[in-house]
Design a protein around this ligand. Sequence first.
Ligand code: HT9
Length: 523
Amino acid sequence: MREADTRTGTGRRREAVVIGGGITGLAAAHRLLDNAEAEDGGGPVHVTVLESSDRLGGKLLAGEIAGARVDLGAESLLARRPEAVGLARAVGLDDRLQPPATATASLWTRGELRPMPKGHVMGVPGTADALAGVLSDEGLARVAQDEHLPPTEVGDDVAVGEYVAARLGREVVDRLVEPLLGGVYAGDAYRISLRSAVPQLFEEARRHPSLTEAVRAIQSRAAQNPAPGPVFMGIEGGIGTLPGAVADEVRGRGATIVMAERAVSLGARGCVDRRLRRGAPSTTHEGDSTTHAEPLWRVVAESGRVYEADQVIIALPAQQAASLLRTASPHASQELRAIEYASMALITMAFRRKDAEDVLPRGSGFLVPPVDGHTIKAATFASRKWGWIDAENPDLLVVRTSVGRYGDDKVLGRDDSDLVAVSRDDLREATGLTAGPVASRVTRWHDGLPQYPVGHGERVERIRGHIAALPGVALCGAAYDGVGVPACVAGAYAAADELRGDTTTRAGLKANPVQSMHGGAGE
Ligand SMILES: CC1=C(CCC(=O)O)c2cc3nc(cc4[nH]c(cc5[nH]c(cc1n2)c(C)c5CCC(=O)O)c(CCC(=O)O)c4C)C(CCC(=O)O)=C3C
C-alpha cells in the first residue's frame, strides 16, 4: 500500500532503512515510526530493518540453563537514564520490569570478599575512610596525599588510570577503578578516556585541585537532587526479551524486518552526488525533508537485493559500519576502522540450591581486580539479583562469571570445559563453593564491548562530521554514544530525530552523557 505524502507532495511515503537489528537498530525503528506519527513528523514512513544474522537483539540474548530462563548477554538496564526503561514500557513490558532484589555487591580483593565500598564515582573514592581492607595501609596513606599534592593537569583528555594514579596512587586504580571499568568496558584503565568514560568526573577534576574533592562535589550535588527509583532495572524473563518485544511492536506498526540480510554497501544515486558537489548540508532541515521524487540511497545486500531509501540509519558495530561506508564516506570508514573492541565470555552455571545457598555470600555478586591474577573478572549471583529467576527456580541457584579483557583474546579460545573449570576454581577460592553445577553453558561475545580510549570523543565527532555530509544518513550504536543499553537507545533516538532536522536529542545527550550516571553518590 502506498500512501501519498501530502506534506511534501511527492505522492509517496518515505522509505527508511535501518541497518542492524540489535537493540539500537530496533529502537531507531521505533523512534522513526513515533516521529512519523507526530504532527510535524514528515508524513508516512515505511521502515525496513536489515539484520545480518538469524537473530535479533545483538548483545541482548535470552536463553535457558537447566530449564531456567536467564540472560546470556547483558542482564541489567541502568535506570538512571529514562530511555531503556522507557522503551520497555512503550512496548508493553511495564508489568515485567523489576529492580534487582539486592543492591549490595562485593569486591574480591587482597584475598577476601569485602563489601564494595560506598561513595565512589567509577571506583574513585571521595575519601579514604571506607577503604580499609580494600587497600593496603600504604595504599590508604597514598589516597590521603591527594589533598596535599599540587594540581595535576587534565588537559583535553587523560587516561582514567594515569590521572587517578597520579592523584591517589596505583592501588586505587588497580583495586577499585580497574574492576569497575573491567565490568563496563572490559577495558584497561590506563587507556580509557576520563572524558568519554566518566565525563562528570572529567569536568569536576578540571575545577578542583584535588580529585577526592572533585568526587565529593559530585556526591554532594547528587545528594541535593536524589534521583528517584532504583539505579538498575531488569525484565522478568531477561532483558534479552526486550528486542523481540520491540520487534513485535514495530512490525505491528507496519515495519518490515528482514533476517539474514547483510547490507554490504551504501550507494548514493546521482542526485546525491550532485547535491554533495553543491555542498548541500547533510541531514534534513525545514523544507528539505528527505522525501524527494526518488529515494536518494541504495542499500545493497549480500543477497543481491537492493533497498532504496530516503533515510538510512546505520546501527552497526564500528567495523561493520566501516565496511558499509567504504565508498559513501571513505573518511568515516577509516576512522571507524580504528575503533577497537574487547571480547568477553560469560559462563553461566546452575547449582543445586542446597549446595550453594548457604555458601555464597549475600548480595548480587562480586567484582575482581585484575592485579590479583585471577581469571574471572566478575561473578553475578543471578538468582539472588533477580527475584524472577529466584521464584521460577526454587531448586537452583544460577551464577554467572565473566572472563576476558581488552587485549586478551586468548581466554576466549579456551574450551568450554576449561572456562567452566577456571570459573569453578575462582568461585571456590573466593566463596568456598565446592559443589559442581548441574548445568553450565558458555557464551562468547567476540568484540562485545567497544573501547573508549583517550581521544575517542574527538574521533566520534570527526565521524559524525563525515556522516553529516551524507543527506538522510545517521549513525548510532554502542561504539559512539556510550556502551550501556540506555546509551544505545538514546543514540538511536538522537539519530532518528536528526533525520527530521531535530538536533535537540543529540544536544541533550551531549550535555548529559549516559556515562555520567556511573557510580554516583554512594550507590
Ligand atoms: C555495560 C555496563 C555498564 C554500563 C551501563 C550503562 O551505562 O548503561 C555497567 C555499569 C555498572 N556496573 C556496576 C556494578 C557492577 N557491575 C558488575 C558486573 C558487570 N558489569 C558489566 C557491564 C556494565 N556495567 C559486565 C559485563 C559485568 C560482568 C558480569 C556480568 O555481566 O554478569 C558487578 C558485579 C556483578 C554483580 O554484582 O552483578 C557490579 C557490582 C555499577 C555500579 C557501580 C557503583 O557501585 O557505583 C554500574 C553503574
